[in-house]
Design a protein around this ligand. Sequence first.
Ligand SMILES: Cc1ncc(COP(=O)(O)O)c(C=O)c1O
Length: 375
Amino acid sequence: MAFGWIDEQAEQRRRAGLVRTLRPRPADSPLLDLASNDYLGLAHHPAVAEGAAVAARTWGGGSTGSRLVTGTTELHTELERELADFCGFEAALVFSSGYAANLAAVTALAPHGSLIVSDAGNHASLIDGCRLARGGTQVVPHSDPEAVRKALQTHEGTALVVSDTVFSVDGDAAPLAEYAAACRERGAGLLVDDAHGLGVLGDGGRGAPYAAGLAGAADVVVTATLSKSLGSQGGAVLGPARVIDHLVNAARTFIFDTGLAPAAAGAALAALRLLRREPERAARARAVAAELHARLTAAGHEAVRPDAAVVSVRAPSPEGAVQWAADCRTAGLAVGCFRPPSVPDGISRLRLTARADLSEAQIERAVRVIGETRP
Ligand SMILES: Cc1ncc(COP(=O)(O)O)c(C=O)c1O
């Protein structure tokens, strides 16, 4: 029977305790949110919502076409200019998602015959970019600049090193300066995904590449999402103007995709302007992460020291992690839960978001609930 194999897979997932389900969120959810990626608490900020509303009223519900036809409004180019300027890059290009931005950047910058060196902890969208690219991929151990160096030495010609700046699961930062040094020894390009760094790391949230002194470098390209710190939706690639021009002409997820919705562009632009006016939001997100980590480890939990705004707490098993997250939810706290196959190392975790707008009382409550529900 057509699709019969799906039932078999579903049964395997059920037996392994790995079934995923959707939980529609009401507008007035009473849960304390430590599960979203709204690092700066901007998704509901009145200025961000107003940015979306004004853009939708001005430009309409959709962008009406692909970027090269009718899908580029003046709002898109304004957002690109301000994003590039804020992060310290020559140019930027906005995409309909961070996922599309990663597919675009990897495929367009790794032509036939090239080598991609990819950190083993990279996000699925970078991994899929490697799979789609014409170049060959070598996966290297997580956060290991020496392994990157060795991989680059195996190849003559065009090469691209690809890494998250902050890894989504454990919230640890990549050794960006060392990766850049390894690239420069071999004339390779460095492509980093700053989805979890933008808005949190670097001066006023200018991102991890800015913090590492790599912003604006001729051999560095950055991808980002507008859906986390900027509280909106969409993605971006930042880098030298010639790289951005190349993407406009060669990146399939740019050329064959409808442009970002105006409301999303308007919300992201409003959030970016807020971040410029209120740079302390980035430092507050980092401080909340440090405090969550300190309190959790003091209470006997095994948590990874956070480099940005993600705090990862080890769970005893995939089933234990799911139960723990469910019990937190029953007690009024929303937390993320990572388990195989999302975590290739097989270690399940709770994933907490250290939002800049969390109060001391909310941090205390979160730590108390996590302790009381521990399996
Ligand atoms: C590291 C990383 N890169 C890319 C993405 C994809 O971005 P988007 O949700 O905008 O597609 C995500 C998560 O969503 C992510 O965590």
